[in-house]
Design a protein around this ligand. Structure first.
Ligand SMILES: [Zn+2]
Length: 395
């Protein structure tokens, strides 16, 4: 027979401390757990997380319901027969704001769009609500939010009571209860009836602002992220701060920011295009000078602080001239790169140099007869690798 605990939060969700008798001691995942005669602690369930707090000064690690029994899982053992419990009020109020906000939102989806609530999760930072609708417009979402906040501003009374199984059909519940028999009803008077065991304030005004942050498609439904009350205030504070700072940096009004950012992005794109063109011209020039100044058909050169892409482009420019082989090395951080290329008219297969260079640089790579690229993790051996490649070229 399951040991019953009186749920004080059903009668008074504002009660934050209590005294309880220890009825049983258990162990849950190697932690001590207590069953009490009564408790203010809400056990995790129905999408709402457990309350936080202490029993006789010992941290309550978790509260859960198992086979009809409420287990208070503790950091440490508590001696004696009774405990003094205190729940963390800020967390309780936060959970009440989010959970009651969900009831109100669910009712608005039901009323305005015939959207069924499929699931609810109250998370650490934000809550999610899955609604059985394939899609909605932004203006629909605005209407839902307006409907929900109107119900808050109307400051409707919220009543909770139990209804016997035989009477359940007389209550206009938003959705049928998950279990049969006696149910607890949470009624936002004149607005919403839910079968729910959660903690709810006495009036809708205590929810505070309800704000949908995001919606996304999940399976064939929509999942909404939302915040209520203090979370909405914190979210607004954070966003306002970001917007104000960004607007000040651009010396622009907040409403002009999208246009300012668009302009910046297009200017940046244009700059990148010009840079690319200029870089190509510089590399062409550098290649011409290299060919002009080198009397050996084989050009050996080591680079630092350049990109592998740059070095490859330079090699490809040099071999536009006939009768040339380039052996370029690049040291970048902990990596060593080699680019080996030859002009079209040179009958050499540069792939033959791969087994010569690879072991020296501990490198991997490959290519075609006219172009080989390798990269390894022994930059200190770059000179040795390049000399080995040079000696193996029969020119
Ligand atoms: Zn509920």
């Amino acid at each position: 027979m399951a040991i019953q605990t009186k749920r004080l939060y059903f009668d008074d969700p504002y009660q934050a401390d209590f005294e309880g008798k220890i009825l049983d001691r258990r162990t849950h995942q190697e932690k001590p757990a207590l069953i009490l005669d009564q408790t203010c602690f809400y056990p995790e369930g129905g999408g709402q997380p457990a309350d936080r707090g202490t029993l006789s000064g010992v941290t309550v690690f978790h509260v859960l319901e198992q086979d009809g029994e409420i287990l208070h899982i503790l950091e440490d053992e508590i001696p004696g027969d009774t405990v003094k419990g205190v729940i963390d009020w800020d967390t309780r109020l936060d959970h009440m704001q989010q959970h009651t906000g969900q009831h109100v939102l669910s009712q608005c989806f039901h009323r305005l769009l015939s959207g069924k609530t499929l699931s609810f999760h109250l998370g650490e930072k934000l809550s999610t609500l899955e609604i059985g609708l394939p899609s909605i417009t932004d203006s629909d979402q605005d209407r839902i939010e307006t409907c929900a906040n109107r119900a808050v501003f109307q400051n409707r009374e919220i009543k909770t009571y139990f209804v016997e199984g035989s009477e359940v059909s007389s209550v206009p519940l938003r959705r049928p209860p998950k279990k049969s028999g006696r149910i607890r009803v949470v009624e936002a008077v004149g607005f919403d009836y839910s079968a729910c065991g959660g903690t709810h304030p006495h009036r809708t005004g205590e929810i505070g602002l309800i704000k949908i942050l995001k919606r996304e498609k999940i399976r064939s439904n929509l999942r909404f992220e939302f915040v209520c009350g203090n979370r909405a205030l914190e979210d607004y504070r954070m966003k306002n701060r970001i917007l104000t700072e960004v607007a000040a940096r651009f010396s622009a009004g907040e409403a002009d920011l999208p246009a300012v950012v668009d302009k910046l992005l297009s200017e940046q794109k244009e700059s990148a295009r010009i840079m690319k063109k200029l870089r190509s011209r510089l590399i062409e020039q550098e290649a011409r000078e290299m060919v002009r100044d080198s009397h050996d058909p084989v050009i050996l050169e080591q680079f630092k602080e350049r990109t592998a892409q740059d070095v490859r482009q330079l090699a490809l420019e040099v071999i536009q001239s006939p009768g040339r082989v380039v052996l370029f090395g690049l040291q970048s951080g902990e990596r060593a790169h080699m680019v080996m290329a030859r002009s079209e008219d040179m009958a050499i297969d540069l792939r033959e140099l791969i087994p010569v260079v690879s072991p020296v640089l501990n490198a991997r790579g490959g290519g075609r007869p006219s172009l080989v690229e390798l990269a390894g993790d022994r930059p200190e051996a770059l000179t040795e690798a390049m000399n080995a490649a040079r000696q193996n070229l029969k020119i």
